[in-house]
Structures are given as structure tokens and as C-alpha cells.
Design a protein around this ligand. Structure first.
Ligand code: ZN
Ligand code: ZN
Length: 129
């Protein structure tokens, strides 16, 4: 993984997210990183804020949890979508130009200025079906 000037805390949080196979909440992260010196929720939140801002991690709104970006630094699309298995919690990150275009059009037609779009599909993956 190539990191761009991450602080120690950001680095610890990102590594932990990268190791996890399922999304982690701030408190999951705090639990795991306590022994590494991150003792305050605020430290975790600050690191998560920065990481999501940089596009290295994403927040799953419907779970209030975080995942490491599946393909850092290659978001050509503003819109990132997630498929989330409700059984095993596995997350698929993807983007789709057609969906993105449709949503842009919807907004344009209504003079609506989007600030943040989140698209999460919750369901059951092939393995769990
Ligand atoms: Zn991503
Ligand atoms: Zn599953």
C-alpha cells in the first residue's frame, strides 16, 4: 500500500481496516488499537475523517462502519457504491458510470445540488445464499 504522508494514527487505523474482512465501527477500531496507544475515540474519529477525506477509507452509512478503499487513488467516479452481505458482512465496492449519470441527470433536471450520495445494496452474497 502506498501512503501519502499519513500520521501514525491514520496509518494504524488504515492498516487495521485493511486487515479486517468486514466493516469496522469506530469502537471496533478503538478496541483493536487501544494497545497501540489509541485510547480516545476522538483520535479514531479524527483519523477516520482524514482517511475518508483522502479516499483511502469509506464510511458505510447504513452500518455506521468503515472499510478500507478497495482501490485507493483510482476513483474516476464520484459515486461509489457498495454491496453488503447481511450474513457474512462482506463488502463489495464498485462504481458504475451509468448509475452515476442517471443520478446526475435527476439532480440537474430539478436544479438540485447534490452534496453527498451514498449507494448501498444490502443483501445476501452468492456464498451465503
Ligand atoms: Zn474506494
Ligand atoms: Zn455473505
Amino acid at each position: 500500500m502506498t501512503e501519502q504522508n499519513l500520521t501514525k494514527n491514520q496509518d494504524l487505523v488504515l492498516n487495521q481496516l485493511g486487515k479486517s474482512k468486514t466493516p469496522m465501527s469506530a469502537y471496533d477500531l478503538l478496541d483493536k488499537l487501544r494497545e497501540k496507544g489509541l485510547k480516545a475515540p476522538l483520535q479514531i474519529y479524527r483519523a477516520l475523517d482524514k482517511l475518508t477525506e483522502m479516499g483511502l477509507a469509506h464510511r458505510l452509512e447504513s452500518l455506521n462502519a468503515f472499510v478500507a478503499c478497495a482501490h485507493p487513488n483510482c476513483h474516476e467516479n464520484e459515486l461509489i457504491a457498495f454491496g453488503i452481505c447481511e450474513n457474512c458482512n462482506k463488502v463489495w465496492e464498485f462504481s458504475d458510470e451509468e448509475v452515476s449519470k442517471r443520478l446526475d441527470l435527476w439532480a440537474k433536471e430539478r436544479d438540485f445540488t447534490p452534496i453527498k450520495t451514498s449507494l448501498e445494496i444490502r443483501g445476501i452474497c452468492a456464498k451465503c445464499a
